[in-house]
Design a protein around this ligand. Structure first.
Ligand SMILES: *Cc1c(COP(=O)(O)O)cnc(C)c1O
Ligand SMILES: [Zn+2]
Length: 422
């Protein structure tokens, strides 16, 4: 059944038809999808969701397109794992990791792109395009392939090679732009007026795209037995994911599926080299001043975040915090998560884990809270960031003597394994 939904301006509240629009004609405010929650509450139940597919599409009643055959590579319903060893290390008694590294193209972007391209196809678009810090490009190219659409993805030319290669292998037209993401995004906005027949997932269909992030909140609550966590830690690039996780929890309450969702505290995680939201939070202002990014966390390197203001508001309203962590802390965060929980995250995941550690240390997160950390991208995507901190412990001749000389063993345990990487 087709949903009754509209686009509503976040600033003046005016409503628009659900077409490829993203800003309000009257006040230039961003448009957001608005639903009839009473009608949804009558239609949806825990059982109806549990009977659905093991992907984001089990929540289709709360998504902006009710296509029976969505553009779907299987995004979502990723593991929520109890992280006792990492929790013990950080001084947390009830820590969980949402392992979104395990999406089809290795990042949380598959959630938003699956929704965006399903809507774009419904609106008749034949070409999908985007400006990307990397993960969006791979995801758009892959989903476009599945949908039989063409794709054009624009990325900063200093991007990690895995992300460029992935987007290209999926058949995307990959355009590397000399400049930062913010330059790429500006060019993309100009291209949107130039090519109105293309669906730019982060421009003219952004309102739909953004809705896909709500599924992180839906899944977390369902995977916790239809209960709300106390606190979630979310990485911030444009700030869209953070604001939509908030919207997702609120909706679960509005349609009567989960109690206590209005008490979930939401904290942000940024890299120090690109921390406009964390800086505004620390200064107690609601003005997010653009910065020039310089960090190994390239997937989060948006200096002028489109939803920064709204992310800041959510953090303040829910009683969360916002951390900014240095590149060496990011690498430590990646190693810590990998060595305690067996999950290899990209640099954005390192930002989340290092921020989690900061927020525990400064008292923002309390030791007894049920905390969920969003780990949003796979480590193989940013392998070059690990050069110098990971690699073989030794390179030896194929003899026992050489092994014994290189690796010291006491009893059955490895006593010292000197590292020769870098
Ligand atoms: C894009 C991205 C995010 C968050 O992006 P928002 O623009 O804030 O929604 C987080 N993690 C990874 C790995 C990403 O690629
Ligand atoms: Zn408006």
């Amino acid at each position: 059944m087709e949903q009754a939904l509209t686009l509503r301006c976040r600033e003046c509240g005016r409503e628009f038809e659900p077409l490829a629009l993203h800003v309000c004609d009257f006040c230039f405010g961003p448009l957001e999808v608005a639903y009839d929650y009473e009608a949804i509450a009558r239609r949806v139940s825990r059982a109806s969701i549990e009977a659905g597919p093991t992907s984001i599409w089990r929540y289709r009643d709360l998504l902006p397109v009710a296509d029976e055959h969505p553009v779907d590579l299987g995004a979502g319903f990723t593991p929520l794992v109890r992280a006792d060893r990492l929790g013990a290390h950080l001084g947390l008694r009830d820590l969980w990791i949402k392992n979104d590294t395990l999406n089809p193209t290795g990042s949380f972007k598959d959630r938003v792109v699956s929704v965006a391209l399903t809507k774009a196809r419904q609106l008749g678009f034949k070409v999908a395009a985007c400006a990307s810090t990397g993960n969006l490009a791979s995801s758009v190219a892959a989903h476009a392939a599945k949908a039989g659409m063409e794709s054009v993805v624009l990325v900063p030319s200093n991007l990690e090679s895995a992300k460029v290669m992935m987007a290209s292998v999926y058949g995307g037209t990959v355009v590397a732009v000399e400049g930062s993401y913010d330059d790429v995004n500006r060019l993309c906005a100009e291209l949107t007026s130039e090519h109105p027949s293309w669906a730019f997932v982060n421009v003219n269909v952004r309102s739909y795209y953004a809705e896909g992030s709500k599924t992180l909140a839906f899944e977390v609550a369902e995977q916790l037995g239809w209960t709300a966590p106390d606190h979630v830690v979310v990485p911030i690039a444009s700030g869209s994911q953070l604001t939509k996780i908030h919207k997702g929890f609120r909706e679960l309450g509005l349609v009567g599926l989960v109690d206590g969702t209005d008490r979930v505290r939401i904290s942000g995680a940024q890299a120090l080299g690109c921390s406009p939201v964390a800086t505004a939070f620390a200064e107690g202002t609601d003005i997010v001043r653009p910065v020039k990014p310089d960090t190994i966390a390239k997937s989060l390197a948006i200096g002028n975040p489109a939803d920064g203001y709204y992310a800041l508001k959510v953090i303040a309203e829910t009683g969360g915090g916002c951390a900014a962590v240095a590149d060496d802390e990011i690498l430590e965060g990646i190693a810590l998560l990998a060595r305690t929980e067996g999950i290899f995250a990209e640099t954005a995941g390192g930002v989340t884990i290092a921020s989690l550690a900061r927020l525990v240390a400064d008292g923002t997160i309390r030791p007894d809270e049920r905390v969920v950390a969003m780990v949003t991208g796979h480590g193989l995507k940013t392998i070059e960031a690990m050069g110098g901190v990971a690699g073989p412990s030794a390179t030896i001749a194929a003899t026992l003597d050489a092994f014994d000389a290189a690796i010291q063993v006491e009893g059955d345990l490895i006593a010292t394994a000197p590292r020769e990487h870098s």
